[in-house]
Design a protein around this ligand. Structure first.
Ligand SMILES: Nc1ncnc2c1ncn2[C@@H]1O[C@H](COP(=O)(O)OP(=O)(O)OP(=O)(O)O)[C@@H](O)[C@H]1O
Length: 338
């Protein structure tokens, strides 16, 4: 909760303050404190069971946080914000009405919404105009997802919450979906989406939250998250296929955490690319076509969550009361991260 009387007009779109959620003995979410601002597009990432759906449930007022924590939307309670029509949601669960046409279902959502849009506009924005007369029960999985999206944007909400929105969509449907989503964000809406497709987070989000075992592990732009992971990829080619001794020497170079060989081509992952490359030349090697690149978001995500596993964030989400681990905010740590 904000300390002073924050008016709804100036309040953050979303504010979690020390929010936790316990199911029986399972601590699904611990001490989540995060603020989302109007107009931000935010991706929520995390391995299975990290607490993403729980976070969205708290956000939508479907569940209450444990005592001591709060969740506020636009300075009010989630339920109030939902009742006022400020939130549109696209969740994984919940069937659609099968026995009606797409247009009828979308029209119903527009009519019921306190600030409903014209049905034609919503059909257009969700890419449903061409299939508006189809029966909902006959749609493909990807088309059903588009209908769910239409229901989420049926009214003039200020916040759109999407749980795995592109599941079941093919490549071109996903591209169309994100184009439609960007149009929503461009209208000033705050968008929060949970996804397992890291490339979507990389492309669509201006901020990425990484959850791990119920704790916020990282919070920053995709570039920040990649920088936090620290590692870089080094690729080069040797004149000949390396023998076992040379391979062992490559693995032993400073900073190296992985080596892949394909004939004379070498790919390495290193936490200190400068030192690795320097040592490579000191071995007397002449790497050709040398390339040093940053990690993709997926590799960075795997590196961060793997590191958290190893450093004993483990256990915190499952009934343990370990010391709270501060989330990494790279934007505040630029001096110390590479
Ligand atoms: N109703 C419930 N009762 C008991 N435990 C639950 C309940 N809902 C979730 N959990 C547990 O809480 C933890 C977090 O689950 P949650 O569904 O929020 O994770 P998630 O990040 O959305 O996972 P996924 O990517 O697999 O959908 C998991 O350990 C899960 O088993």
């Amino acid at each position: 909760m904000t300390s002073s009387h924050t008016t709804a007009a100036t309040a953050p779109a979303v504010e979690f303050a020390d929010a936790g959620k316990t199911y029986g003995t399972v601590k699904a979410l611990s001490g989540l404190s995060v603020t989302l601002h109007p107009g931000e597009t935010v991706a929520l990432l995390g391995p299975n069971g990290a607490g993403k759906s729980t976070t969205l449930d708290l956000l939508l007022g479907l569940r209450n946080p444990d005592p001591g924590g709060t969740v506020r939307l636009f300075g009010t309670s989630p339920r109030q914000a939902v009742t006022e029509g400020r939130v549109g949601a696209m969740l994984q669960s919940g069937g659609l009405m099968d026995g009606v046409r797409v247009r009828e279902l979308v029209a119903l959502a527009c009519d019921l919404h306190p600030r409903g849009h014209p049905v034609g506009q919503v059909l257009e924005e969700a890419g449903l105009t061409d299939i508006a007369d189809r029966m909902v029960g006959k749609l493909s999985g990807g088309q059903e997802q588009r209908v769910r999206f239409a229901l989420a944007i049926a009214g003039a909400g200020d916040l759109i919450v999407l749980d795995e929105p592109t599941t079941g969509m093919d490549v071109s449907a996903r591209r169309d979906f994100w184009t439609a989503m960007r149009a929503q964000a461009a209208q000033g809406r705050t968008v929060l989406f949970a996804t397992h497709y890291l490339e979507e987070a990389d492309e669509a989000a201006d901020r990425v939250l990484v959850l791990h075992r119920g704790r916020l592990l990282a919070d920053g732009s995709a570039a920040d998250i990649k920088a936090m992971a620290g590692a870089r990829r080094i690729g080069f080619s040797l004149g000949a296929v390396p023998d076992g001794r040379l391979e062992a020497a490559l693995r032993g170079l400073p900073g190296v955490s992985g080596v892949e060989l394909a004939g004379s081509a070498v790919r390495m992952r290193s936490a200190d690319a400068d030192a690795t490359v320097h040592a490579l030349y000191q071995l007397g090697l002449y790497p050709r076509d040398l390339e040093v690149t940053g990690l993709g978001l997926e590799q960075a995500f795997l590196t961060l969550t793997h590191r958290a596993e190893q450093h004993g964030a483990a256990g915190a989400a499952h009934g343990a009361s370990g010391a709270p681990e501060a989330p990494a905010h790279p934007s505040h740590q630029k001096a110390t991260t590479k």
